[in-house]
Ligand binder design. Structure first.
Ligand code: SAH
Ligand code: SF4
Length: 373
């Protein structure tokens, strides 16, 4: 379908907004449910094919609406089943932009790691996305479109089981810095008329925008992952600069508030393992003291290096000792698995900006797999 500026992209509307849109066209509200079924359950975007809608309504829809997903710039498949899509995200200062979406299959689970912004403004010192700077927020339709595209590409298994069982906002960007567009996408992921994923299977990862965390507790109940990465403010100020505005104490208060509002669901704290920086025994001790007694888990992420970074990944034994210390001191800790080095992708470390139409700058050669309970 040719793209027009004045057509409404239905992927950008949550169920309530879609109903209002349909009513605005003079149709009965239940038509919205039919549309949602076609779009999200059958993954059909062509109105002409929506056979239980009246011909006139279909023609009207075709003139005022569309189901438009980002265009695929390139697609990569790993020998281990990991898939990655580089999606076009318009142009900025005359240069083509792209975002990345990664599918990570594991036994009994398929996780889609999606992006929320083109680049990121928060400039964490160990992050490839931060290093490329911030271009713009993704539209709701571009966020939802990543899941739509991937679920259409991946289809369902022989028994009708879905390829995508989990969605994590751990790709490019800080989702809470794009709150307005991310929230309707979360609703569509969890609504039974949309992608119908349980709230435990949709995870938002944030570096800690405290005011938005309080808003999130009011507005939704997704699983929360928080990028802590350091157990004290002096160190976190260096690694995650937003800490200077929202220090650890305030961040944790917002986290415990979120837990309370969400009926005691546990929060995952992400902690990138940087050799000699934040991986020492005293850091493990400090971290345990911060989290013990709370419904919190720690996910240790072996650092994925990228061109130009001065950091190195902690040794495997160091990571193991750090994990063991936490586990024996009352804080559940796991280590993310790294795999998929035959396609350049790293969930949480993506730099999909297309520098020109033929050369693509990607993250590291390794892939970090999110492990979510
Ligand atoms: N902006 C959000 C979500 C995207 S980043 C956030 O920061 O939480 C997803 C995860 O990948 C975060 O925990 C982030 O800190 C981590 N990450 C970023 N760069 C990384 C790197 N080079 N190696 C390993 N993990 C990294
Ligand atoms: Fe942005 Fe997250 Fe990267 Fe920090 S780690 S720069 S918040 S994407």
């Amino acid at each position: 379908m040719p793209e027009t500026a004045n057509r409404t992209n239905l992927l950008g509307l949550n169920p309530a907004a879609l109903e209002a849109f349909v009513v605005g066209l003079g149709e009965k509200p239940f038509r919205a449910r039919q549309l949602l079924t076609w779009i999200y359950k059958r993954r059909v975007g062509d109105f002409a094919a929506m056979s239980d809608l009246g011909k006139e309504f279909r023609a009207r829809l075709a003139s005022v609406a569309e189901v438009r997903v980002p265009e695929i710039a390139s697609e990569h498949a790993s020998a281990d089943g990991t898939r990655k899509w580089l999606l076009k995200a318009g142009e900025f200062a005359g240069r083509a932009q792209a975002i990345e979406t990664v599918f990570i299959p594991e036994p009994g689970r398929g996780t889609l790691c999606i992006s929320s912004q083109v680049g990121c403004a928060l400039d964490c010192s160990f992050c490839a996305t931060g290093a490329q700077g911030f271009n713009r927020n993704l539209e709701t339709a571009e966020i939802v479109g990543q899941v739509w595209l991937a679920s259409r590409a991946l289809g369902t298994g022989a028994l009708g089981e879905r390829a995508i069982t989990n969605v994590v906002l751990m790709g490019m960007g800080e989702p809470l810095a794009n709150y307005k567009n991310v929230l309707p996408a979360l609703e569509l992921f969890m609504d039974d008329r949309g992608f119908d994923l349980s709230r435990r299977r949709v995870t938002l990862s944030t570096s800690g925008l405290v005011p938005q965390l309080y808003r999130l507790a009011e507005d939704t109940n997704v699983a929360l992952a928080v990028s802590l990465h350091a157990p004290n403010d002096a160190l976190r100020d260096q690694l995650v600069p937003i800490n200077k505005r929202h220090p650890i104490k305030e961040l944790l208060a917002a986290c415990w508030h979120y837990l309370e509002a969400q009926n005691g669901r546990s929060i995952t704290f992400e902690y990138v393992m940087l050799d000699g920086i934040n991986d020492q025994p005293e850091h493990a001790r400090e971290l345990a003291r911060l989290l013990v007694g709370h419904d919190a888990k720690v996910n240790l992420i072996p650092f994925n290096p990228f061109p130009g970074t001065a950091y190195r990944r902690s040794a495997t034994e160091t990571i193991g000792r750090f994990r063991d210390y936490l586990n024996t001191h009352g804080v559940t800790a796991t280590v993310r698995r790294t795999r998929g080095d035959d396609i350049d992708a790293a969930c949480g470390q993506l730099a999909g900006q297309v520098q020109d139409r033929t050369t693509v700058r990607l993250g590291s050669k390794t892939m970090t797999v999110a492990v979510h309970a």
